[in-house]
Design a protein around this ligand. Structure first.
Ligand code: BG6
Length: 522
């Protein structure tokens, strides 16, 4: 017999209901990384649209949230001849337009802004930049560490990089320089050959560890969270494979049309604009094996294996795996919108696809036979980005004879936009005397219990660039593998005689070409 224990504390503990202890880390505890080294961000193309709409608001946001190093400067470079005050005024307007109106903090922030006129045709202007950077380093202790952000049209990436190299700003840890990093955004070429050419021109002056190829999808919190969900839980990984998964549907669709980007979009179309980059990254995050460490190269090595496992399409039977579409006139949010071919800057007989659905397979042990449906398109009925894992049905339905109900299979949806959620659908018994099943949803909202800053993808990418962490950036071998996969498809689509047959027209504001639904059933 157990000795009687009269200690009230022991009795209290013994009587307490058995509950799982709270395991969580308070969401507020790990919000912002320690700011990195002092540095200067040099924005080439500082008077352009990308700087006003994305970079400056992201930098201001980081400033407001103590996400910038103590010693930090922004040097805007552009071809127009304006002085520091004029540049500052432009940036203030840009921030106001972006909804950032903190006058007091703006004054401090503005003190970090400088401007230098640069022209790729005129090397002397880059020598002036070198001088300005050295003077600023000395005055503000920025340590010679620099990020060169290419907010420029891709066609001038090579000359801009060359110019930086020629004036000695790409060299690290010499002549007054600390580290030196170059940041560029897609498109990384328009095919394999041009991607390699771009890389060779960057490689003349920069090594791979200095090159940061941005994919803003990777910097989305919920996209990064795919790895946490998969590899920080023991629940999902055992069923994350061909045995349990029926198919995976990765969707990134939008209501917007081509807007004012026809010049770029006519040459790129949805395959180059969304598939060569964002869709491939979403696929890799969903399908990759667990890396042994959460470090840039280990993670990127695993993604490479996914790209290598992509089963090449049979280009003579493209229609089995690919649906291409282009929007015709229709209504979005009740308002009439023109057809793609009627948009300004678009050729009246354009065959550029604005929609694609691809059925891809990965030839590896984990995913053999599981289709991945990748869908992206413009002018559809909603803006939605999500990854849906459709699980298989139960192997045997013991309820079949009693309930006469077919049992819906489980589905896990990782919502990226508009809802940042994880939601799991499963079966339960419907409450009540009649025994029947119902499908219910378990919902997690990403911002739940969190009131810290919400950083946009650019702010996040800039932090990592300042810290020198390349995990969220493309490595050249991955860029090339994705082009290798896409190039035969692009060649066939763009050069075959039956181009019009490959392209289905769909009404703007609708669900996309009907053929997309068919592909999913085959
Ligand atoms: C860009 C594409 O990379 O991504 C655009 O060039 C597209 O065409 C955009 O609209 C979509 O991004 P997000 O973050 O709005 O889903």
């Amino acid at each position: 017999m157990q000795p009687k224990n009269n200690d009230p504390e022991v009795t209290r503990k013994a009587m307490a209901p058995v509950r799982a202890p709270d395991l969580g880390l308070d969401a507020q505890e790990c919000v912002m990384p320690e700011p990195g080294d002092p540095c200067t961000i040099v924005i080439l193309g500082a008077t352009g649209d990308l700087t006003s709409r994305k970079l400056m608001p992201a930098l201001f946001d980081l400033y407001l949230n103590q996400g910038l190093p103590d010693h930090f400067l922004i040097v805007g470079c552009g071809r127009i001849d304006i002085d520091r005050q004029e540049f500052s005024a432009k940036m203030q307007t840009a921030l106001k337009n972006a909804g950032a109106n903190d006058e007091d903090r703006w004054r401090h922030f503005a003190a970090m802004l400088h401007y230098c006129r640069t022209d790729f045709e005129d090397p002397d202007t880059f020598k002036n930049l070198v001088q300005l950077l050295r003077d600023l380093d000395e005055k503000f202790n920025t340590g010679g560490n620099r990020i060169f952000y290419m907010a420029l049209p891709p066609s001038v990436f090579p000359s801009a990089a060359r110019m930086i190299g020629q004036v000695g700003l790409a060299d690290e840890n010499q002549n007054g320089n600390g580290w030196s990093r170059i940041v560029l955004e897609k498109p990384f070429g328009t095919d394999l050959k041009s991607a390699r050419e771009l890389d060779s021109s960057l490689a003349r002056d920069f090594s791979e560890h200095q090159i940061f190829r941005i994919d803003h999808y990777l910097a989305k919190e919920t996209v990064q969270n795919v790895l946490m969900l998969r590899f920080a839980n023991s629940l999902f990984e055992p069923i994350w494979n061909r045995r349990y998964v029926e198919y995976v549907a990765i969707t990134a669709i939008e209501e917007l049309g081509v807007e004012n980007r026809a010049g770029y979009y006519e040459q790129s179309g949805v395959l180059r604009d969304m598939f060569q980059n964002h869709m491939m990254q979403l696929l890799a995050m969903t399908a990759m094996e667990p890396p042994s460490r959460f470090e840039a190269d280990q993670v990127r090595d695993e993604k490479i294996k996914v790209f290598r496992a992509l089963r090449p399409f049979r280009v003579d039977r493209l229609e089995e795996n690919l649906v291409l579409g282009q929007y015709s006139a229709g209504k979005v949010d009740g308002k009439p919108v023109p057809a793609y071919r009627e948009e300004s800057g678009v050729a009246a007989n354009s065959l550029t696809p604005t929609f694609a659905m691809m059925k891809v397979y990965l030839d590896n042990w984990r995913w053999q036979g599981v289709p991945f449906y990748l869908t992206s398109g413009k002018r559809l009925d909603q803006k939605l980005t999500e990854i849906a894992i459709q699980f298989k049905r139960v192997p045997h339905s013991m309820f079949r004879h009693t309930l006469e109900a077919s049992i819906a299979a489980n589905r896990l949806i990782l919502g990226i936009y508009p809802e940042e959620t994880i939601n799991l659908k499963f079966q339960t018994k419907n409450p009540g005397a009649v025994v029947c099943l119902r499908t219910v949803t378990m919902d997690f909202h990403y911002q739940q219990n969190y009131s810290g800053p919400e950083l946009d993808a650019y702010a996040r990418a800039l932090i990592d660039c300042m810290l020198g962490d390349q995990m969220l950036f493309w490595r050249q071998d991955a860029v090339e593998l994705c082009w290798k996969f896409l190039e035969p498809i692009l060649n066939r689509c763009e050069t075959c005689d039956d181009q019009t047959e490959l392209l289905q027209f769909y009404e703007a504001g609708g669900k996309g070409p009907e053929a997309a639904a068919k592909i999913q059933k085959t």
